[in-house]
Design a protein around this ligand. Structure first.
Ligand code: 13P
Length: 264
């Protein structure tokens, strides 16, 4: 078989702060990240997804920098009597670029089905936010050989709700539940295998969809980032705990820059 040249896709690293942060600490972290990314090559894109109340602060501090900001969720509804919910349009008011949807913590603790996740992705796209659609299997599902069935169904539910043009505008994050916050990352081979599967699924939706960024998330650290980002179908990372430490987050962004060069 002739070796196909590896396709050059730019890298994307997004921090998911989860429910962490306070005004003073955020300011120091955001300013350090904005400063640090200036040294990165242009083919590495960086984002941070902050708690809703800090969108205004993030907009004020990152405006004019090359870091894109976003939220960690949006409502499946456009507006209305949904106490406590935050509409995608409200997030867009703060010039956000991203909205994470379907994180496993929302699926597990807030009962979000893949159909609800699909609606959230649609709401985000309708206001020009890029949805970062999370998929991932539990340890039990992996051990019973159900990984592809589970992540395939999670992705398909979203793709079914979107046109080809819309689907070409999403980002997908593979986050094995057993690797999140556990310190136990998937190996680069395990992650690449699932990413290749997801890539084929995206390509089946349409040729324009095949190259959407596919991020890996789950215990990404400066020590394992470069190896993960070197894989053909891993276009970057969705970073939890390590995104709260400026040194670690910037080191992971730098690893993406190295990964982009290797992939080329
Ligand atoms: P950790 O990087 O803390 O494992 O979290 C990953 C995650 O859930 C990002 O969305």
């Amino acid at each position: 078989m002739t070796k196909q040249p590896t396709k050059q896709r730019s890298k994307l690293v997004v921090g998911n702060w989860k429910m962490h942060g306070r005004l003073a600490a955020n300011a120091a972290l955001l300013e350090a990240v904005a400063r640090g990314v200036q040294a990165l090559p242009a083919d590495v894109r960086v984002g941070v997804c902050v708690p809703f109340p800090y969108l205004a602060q993030t907009q004020a501090l990152l405006g004019g920098s090359r870091v894109v900001w976003g939220a960690q969720d949006v409502s499946a509804h456009e507006q209305g009597a949904y106490t406590g919910e935050v509409a995608a349009g409200m997030v867009a008011d703060f010039e956000a670029g991203f909205a994470i949807v379907g994180h496993s913590e929302r699926r597990a603790y807030h009962g979000e089905s893949s159909e609800v996740v699909a609606q959230k992705a649609q709401r985000a796209l309708a206001v020009r936010l890029t949805p970062i659609v999370c998929v991932g299997e539990t340890l039990e599902e992996r051990e019973s050989g159900a990984t592809e069935r589970v992540v395939g169904a999670q992705l398909d539910a979203v793709l079914a709700a979107l046109s080809v043009e819309e689907a070409a505008c999403i980002v997908v994050a593979y986050e094995p539940v057993w690797a999140i916050g556990t310190g136990k990352s998937a190996t680069s081979e395990q992650a690449q295998q699932v990413h290749a599967f997801l890539r084929a699924r995206l390509a089946a939706k349409g040729a324009q969809v095949a190259d959407v960024p596919l991020l890996y998330g789950g215990s990404v650290k400066p020590e394992n980032a470069a190896e993960l980002f070197r894989q053909a179908d891993i276009d970057g990372g969705l970073i939890g705990g390590a995104s709260l430490k400026e040194g670690d987050f910037l080191a992971i962004c730098a690893a993406a820059a190295a990964g982009a060069r290797v992939a080329g």
